[in-house]
Design a binder for this molecule. Structure first.
Ligand code: ADP
Ligand code: MG
Length: 298
């Protein structure tokens, strides 16, 4: 099976890029990846901002959708960055995750199709969501609003749901952790990468013991790796030492093309499929499709 390998920085020359793009096009055109037996719901969380949560949600979703999976991205960040990157309507007043959480609107009432993909969908976030943390306080079962909406959605229509969290451990992120059995943590290969992780893991444990017993951290993804610095390698090594097999082998390099894509309303998978960032996300998605699914316990 011809599969693009995780690129390294040395592949970032025009000729290497063109060759990789050709390989990618061939792989993308022919290969349907296995789909999970039932819909996998993954919350992408890290209370740090700018670590690649949204980029990861969008590009894993796009990669899987390009290989036959039916994928929904739930944008749970009032900034609406995932909605922007997927180019779905999310002006204030658009039916959005806000209406689902605060008013109990069904998810089916807000989900939009993402153009350019046969089976990629987005539940958009509008700026209205910024008020939800406070508006939800008096609401019954306020931590489980999203879980209920996801449970009521016809999951037989989907293979993956990615929930893109805001950079905090507030009620929105807690809703995401209650709604999903799996947590995916992107970790930036930078100074202080591990700082604050303990707090996130403690929150995961709290949610697990009180609200969602099936919750597990299933996946760690190293992002924004700069192969020129020794620090990045040290961070990557430390994370692998700590989390072992949970860490995907594919590491996402720092790449200008990745950061440019959202301003064109695109994933990097469509914006520049041969770029090192796109190939790394493709490989990470492939690892997920081919078996990093947590085994059921008990
Ligand atoms: P978060 O959702 O955790 O706040 P983002 O995914 O929005 O993080 O990423 C933060 C910023 O870094 C964005 O401007 C994004 O385009 C950029 N970025 C993310 N991943 C990469 C990467 N691999 N290379 C270069 N820039 C990146
Ligand atoms: Mg984000």
């Amino acid at each position: 099976m011809a599969v693009p390998v995780a690129p390294d920085a040395s592949a970032d020359t025009p000729i290497a890029r063109a060759a990789q793009a050709a390989m990618h096009a061939r792989a993308a055109g022919t290969e349907a990846w296995p789909r999970p037996r039932s819909c996998r719901v993954l919350t992408i969380a890290n209370q740090k901002g700018g670590v690649g949560k949204t980029t990861t949600a969008v590009n894993l979703a796009a990669s899987l959708a390009m290989h036959g999976a039916r994928v929904l991205v739930v944008d749970l960040d009032p900034q609406g960055n995932a909605s922007t990157a997927l180019d779905v309507e999310h002006r204030s007043g658009t039916p959005s995750v806000y209406n689902v959480l605060v008013e109990g609107l069904p998810l089916a009432g807000i989900v939009q199709k993402v153009q350019g993909f046969p089976q990629l969908y987005c539940a958009p976030a509008t700026i209205d969501l910024a008020g939800a943390e406070i508006e939800l306080v008096p609401v019954v079962a306020r931590e489980s609003r999203l879980a209920r909406a996801v449970a009521e959605y016809d999951a037989s229509l989907l293979d993956y749901i990615f929930i893109d969290c805001p950079p905090s451990l507030g009620l929105l992120t807690v809703n995401a952790l209650v709604a999903a059995p799996e947590v995916l943590i992107p970790i930036q290969c930078e100074y202080y990468a591990l700082e604050g992780l303990e707090q996130l893991l403690r929150t995961v444990e709290l949610v697990k013991s009180h609200l969602n017993p099936r919750l597990v951290v299933s996946t760690i993804l190293l992002t924004m790796f700069d192969s020129r610095t020794r620090l990045a390698s040290q961070v990557a090594e430390e994370v692998r030492g700590h989390f072992g097999d949970l860490v995907l082998r594919s590491v996402i390099p720092r790449s200008v093309r990745v950061s440019e894509a959202p301003s064109y309303g695109q994933s990097v998978m469509t914006y520049d499929p041969g770029s090192s960032g796109a190939l790394a996300y493709l490989e990470a998605a492939r690892e997920m499709a081919f078996g990093n699914e947590p085994r059921p316990v008990g």
